[in-house]
Design a protein around this ligand. Structure first.
Ligand SMILES: *Cc1c(COP(=O)(O)O)cnc(C)c1O
Length: 394
């Protein structure tokens, strides 16, 4: 398939970029549905979907057709011009949005969706302080990084970051104590992803809604990872709580870069022209992919399927009762397994057996599969996982 032999591909990947990523040692060259193939022709069951991006799997025919059609017509269209595909996508996205969210700012990644939400909160409230959660992850640009908790990511840039206070996730009293009339916004993931798959305890999101309302602060839900994969369109809908600003990215266009910041009419009306923008944001190619993704999720019932298959997956993992498993957590197809050992050797053994998953912190193994997963594939994955634990134990 590829013009380069595998060794040359792996070498270029390692040697022509700064060493920022822990490499998995294979080159992926093709995908179809829940399957991926490497440059040696080996097949893998994809339970990571590129950190949750390929929500409908790889080379989905409806998404591919939409991309091809749009690429042959108009790739780019600056936001100073209207566009038919963008209009259709915005209508579709707002039709499924949590109550009260009426306008969308489009960008190109998760961190940009968060960056926009924070800038809007600062601009609209005139306040400075951000309150975020420990273990929270919101991205790597400087605004989003201020909200991100992990010291490893923050420490090299500490003097450059906006004012943020990190409170224990799930603790209403700590949140109430941190939020005051200097607080511009509280930003939370309804289920913490990178931090190890921690769902918000019942009532916590509603409490955050009430606490921010009372202080005149805005509530931002970062659903960059949870969007479309927890058995609802958005994880906050399980709790019936709507934020003032909602950040989306990963699964939204099935792999084409996109970010979206949804907001209330009230926030939109307070944003002066020119206060924020993006050259590529809202380009018709990404909008075409996003529209096809949302339509396919809707028409083919994948959200309901993900609730069923996710519950089955969680149950099978819990029933393993493996001595090396400390806890199994998650909702829908966003599942974490906290281990009593490091996740890396287990991930390596699974990869060797043809199943790709992810870490979330050093000891939690994370599954973010495409929603297309079947029960047979879950059974295969759980068998491979159990075997990998036994191998890692030896
Ligand atoms: C991945 C992620 C981001 C950052 O998205 P990028 O596209 O990598 O910039 C932000 N928030 C959450 C919750 C994420 O999972």
């Amino acid at each position: 398939m590829t013009a380069h032999p595998t060794d040359a591909v792996l070498a270029a990947d390692q040697q022509l970029q700064p060493p920022l990523y822990a490499k998995r040692g294979i080159a992926l060259v093709r995908g179809e549905g829940v399957w991926l193939w490497d440059s040696e022709g080996r097949r893998y069951l994809d339970l990571m979907s590129n950190y949750g991006v390929n929500i409908l799997g790889h080379a989905h025919p409806r998404v591919t057709a939409a991309i091809v059609e749009q690429a042959g017509r108009l790739l780019n269209c600056h936001q100073s011009f209207a566009n038919d595909t963008r209009a259709a996508f915005l209508e579709q996205l707002l039709a499924i949005a949590p109550a009260g969210l009426r306008r969308v700012f489009l960008s190109n990644s998760g961190t940009e969706a968060v960056e926009a939400a924070l800038k809007f909160a600062w601009a609209v409230t005139g306040r400075r302080k951000i309150v975020a959660a420990r273990r929270g992850y919101h991205g790597r640009t400087l605004g989003a990084l201020a909200a991100t908790a992990e010291k490893k990511y923050r420490d090299p840039f500490i003097g450059l970051l906006a004012e943020a206070e990190h409170v224990p996730f799930g603790d209403r009293d700590a949140l109430a104590a941190a939020v005051d009339t200097a607080t511009a916004a509280v930003i939370l993931e309804p289920i913490q992803g990178e931090g190890g798959i921690f769902p918000a305890p019942p009532g916590y999101l509603a409490a955050a809604r009430e606490i921010t309302r009372q202080a005149g602060a805005l509530l931002i839900f970062d659903e960059v990872q949870t969007g479309f994969r927890t058995g609802a369109w958005f994880a906050c809908q399980h709790d019936g709580v709507s934020p003032d600003l909602l950040c989306l990215a990963k699964g939204l266009a099935n792999g084409v870069p996109i970010g979206a910041t949804l907001m209330t009419e009230e926030i939109a009306s307070c944003l002066p022209s020119g206060v924020h923008g993006s050259t590529f944001g809202g380009n018709p190619l990404a909008c075409a992919a996003g529209l096809a993704t949302l339509q396919t999720l809707h028409d083919e019932g994948w959200i309901a399927h993900s609730a069923d298959i996710g519950a089955y997956f969680l149950e099978q993992l819990q029933q393993l009762r493996h001595p090396l498993v400390r806890a199994v957590r998650g909702r829908g197809l966003m599942i974490g397994v906290e281990l009593k050992l490091r996740a890396t050797p287990v991930l390596r053994a699974m990869q060797e057996s043809g199943v790709l998953a992810l870490p979330a912190t050093t000891t939690t193994l994370r599954f973010l599969p495409p929603l297309l997963l079947t029960r047979e594939q879950v059974d295969m994955a759980v068998d491979v996982f159990a075997h990998a634990l036994d191998v890692a134990q030896d």
